[in-house]
Design a protein around this ligand. Structure first.
Ligand SMILES: Cc1cc2nc3c(=O)[nH]c(=O)nc-3n(C[C@H](O)[C@H](O)[C@H](O)COP(=O)(O)OP(=O)(O)OC[C@H]3O[C@@H](n4cnc5c(N)ncnc54)[C@H](O)[C@@H]3O)c2cc1C
Ligand code: SF4
Length: 553
């Protein structure tokens, strides 16, 4: 669909939203359908479903949607400040640059937080060396918006025994169970655990005029040609554009938010596709560029009023970066599983969700089963082969042919603790094509994060054994050096000294600047943060829209 409206850059629109991803797409739809004039500046192109391909080399290896040519977003990585940050094999802060953002290529595992997630600091007490804190909101505050995500974005699932309460059932049943789900259930039953249907932002039935999943198997990393994956590209942006109040402006790389003489955000500066400098005036600005890029943009927008970065009087912009730790265990089974078909995950074990002080460390997580790399042949060959097989020759090929259909991976997703030392800063050396300093990621897992991942990897090996695997082995448990969950760098809180935005996502320092995306997180949850990012976006849109209507912005 073509844009139904195009706004004059010199006239202030009601809202400029930076980023059209999981949060930005929802904010755009909610505010424009409420009658506000909205311009969405998105650095990536406007890819339509017909543009998505099944080319594993381009999509997965070259990370074309993440723009791994580092055109807009060069990134470097180091474990701590004693190291010089370098460019790495994969983007340390991985995300998609495209209209719809990372919701276009995510795997769509969609867990709600539980009540405990919002108040863990009160329950478990402080953790030395960390900024472990409670959220300024509760599960009850967010529950209506989780329900909105279920019913407006489109989530399939069925309640599990330990889930948080919900005010409305899922709008559609879970996706049919796959071989990996059956085997996870078998292992869980033997070990006294529960494998419940995985909630997915994927349609199991026709929904809101969209087609259900066709089980093509090109899900994780790929865009869905059928629109069955519930990205904001499929579910929100068409509604925003149809409102007549929303212009999506692709290929617009924002480099600065300008303030007026009163200290209010007045204009957003960006490069268009030809590198021309442009500006869009606005009455209010919302950053939804994700947990890495929103922080970079605030740091880039320093001024004499905010020498350490816009809205950064607390010094908390960029700090407390969290990824969610992960662990993997591979198993090969005697019979073909053919697990490369369909969605990645159909069953999840949440028995280890809560922190158990008897374990001796903080943390919790979920364990699922999926083809992971064995969904596609190149990744299978590169990353899924047993350690005792030679890396070339006939033995390698025979093993690959045998394993491809018989293999599954148990993936554990876990907590990460918020710390000063894990952060997003501006790289002093490296720049992107526009000359903007690169994102520099500094990250070293907290010992509790690694202990939790190791604990769940041990449970994963037991599950593979109980499920009847002929052979199993572990993915090396290395310190995290890249990730797709980009959280915590402009955290919400009531205290302006220790947070960047308030519970309504309004910056403590600039009254008409809002930040709403993964950066708003106070704690990391257990993995799969996007359901919560989207619920926060629906809630923020409600609050911001009400404040604007009341003349309070
Ligand atoms: C392969 C993969 C699998 C994943 N699987 C899951 C999963 O199963 N479950 C789950 O919960 N999460 C998953 N995620 C993570 C999920 O995609 C993100 O948590 C979520 O999309 C983040 O939402 P966001 O709104 O914070 O940012 P994004 O969705 O990343 O949106 C940010 C947008 O802002 C744009 N932008 C950034 N900077 C600028 C700028 N300066 N100017 C203009 N535009 C800008 C970006 O191009 C992007 O479109 C996965 C991610 C990947 C990559
Ligand atoms: S498996 Fe289903 S949801 Fe995933 S890309 Fe294919 S059709 Fe879309």
């Amino acid at each position: 669909m073509a844009n139904s409206v195009s706004f004059d850059t010199r006239k202030a629109v009601d809202f400029v939203i930076v980023g059209s991803g999981s949060a930005g797409g929802i904010l755009a739809k909610e505010l424009s359908t409420a009658g506000f004039d909205v311009v969405v500046l998105e650095q990536g192109p406007y890819r339509r479903p017909a543009d998505f391909s099944h080319d594993e080399y381009s999509v997965v290896i070259l990370e074309e949607m993440a723009d791994f040519g580092n055109v807009n977003s060069r990134q470097t990585f180091r474990h701590d400040d004693s190291e010089v940050a370098v460019q790495t094999m994969r983007q340390p802060a991985g995300y998609a640059q495209t209209v719809g953002g990372s919701s276009v290529h995510y795997t769509a595992n969609f867990w709600r937080f539980r009540e405990i997630d919002f108040k863990e600091r009160s329950v478990h007490g402080p953790i030395s060396g960390t900024n472990f804190a409670d959220w300024p909101i509760s599960y009850a505050d967010l529950e209506p918006y989780y329900t909105k995500v279920d019913w407006e974005i489109g989530v399939s699932g069925a309640p599990g025994p330990n889930d948080a309460w919900r005010s409305k059932p899922y709008p559609m049943p879970p996706m049919p169970i796959k071989s990996s789900g059956v085997l996870l259930e078998r292992g869980a039953n033997k070990l006294g655990l529960t494998a419940q249907p995985e909630p997915l932002a994927i349609l199991s039935q026709p929904f809101n005029g969209r087609m259900p999943c066709m089980n093509c198997g090109y899900c994780m990393w790929f865009g869905c040609e059928h629109g069955a994956k519930s990205s904001t590209l499929s579910a929100m942006i068409p509604l925003a554009e149809a409102s007549g109040h929303c212009e999506i402006r692709p290929n617009s790389a924002v480099f600065r938010v300008e303030l007026d003489e009163r200290g209010r955000a007045s204009e957003v500066l960006y490069y268009d596709i030809d590198g021309n400098e442009r500006g869009q005036r606005a009455k209010a600005v919302i950053l939804a560029a994700n947990g890495a890029e929103s922080a970079r943009l605030l740091l880039l927008s320093e001024s004499s009023r905010f020498p350490d970065g816009l809205a950064n009087s607390s010094g908390y912009v960029g700090r407390n970066f969290m990824y969610n730790a992960h662990a993997g265990a591979f198993g090969v089974f005697p019979e073909p599983l053919n697990d490369y078909k369909g969605v990645q995950v159909t069953r999840i074990i949440h028995d280890y969700y809560e922190t158990d002080e008897k374990r001796g460390f903080y943390g919790g997580g979920g364990i699922d089963a999926r083809p992971l790399f064995s969904a596609h042949p190149i990744m299978h060959a590169l990353l899924s082969m047993p350690p005792d097989v030679p890396g070339w020759g006939k033995a390698f090929k025979d093993e690959m042919a045998w394993n491809f259909t018989r293999q599954m991976t148990i993936v554990a997703s876990t907590t990460s603790l918020a710390m000063d030392r894990n952060n997003i800063t501006l790289d002093p050396e490296s720049t992107d094509r526009w000359g903007r300093p690169a994102i520099r990621v500094t990250y070293r897992d907290h010992p509790d994060d690694l202990a939790m991942a190791a604990f769940l990897q041990d449970r994963s090996m037991e599950l593979l054994d109980a499920a009847g695997a002929d052979k199993s082995w572990r993915l090396p448990l290395e310190p995290t050096s890249f990730g797709y969950h980009l959280l915590g760098t402009a955290r919400m809180g009531d205290d302006p000294r220790t947070s960047v935005v308030d519970a309504e996502h309004r910056s403590h320092d600039v009254p008409n600047l809002f930040i709403c995306d993964g950066s708003s997180f106070v704690t990391s949850g257990r993995g799969q943060p996007t359901m919560t990012i989207m619920a926060l976006a629906f809630r923020a849109a409600d609050r911001i829209g009400a404040a604007a209507a009341a003349g309070e912005i």
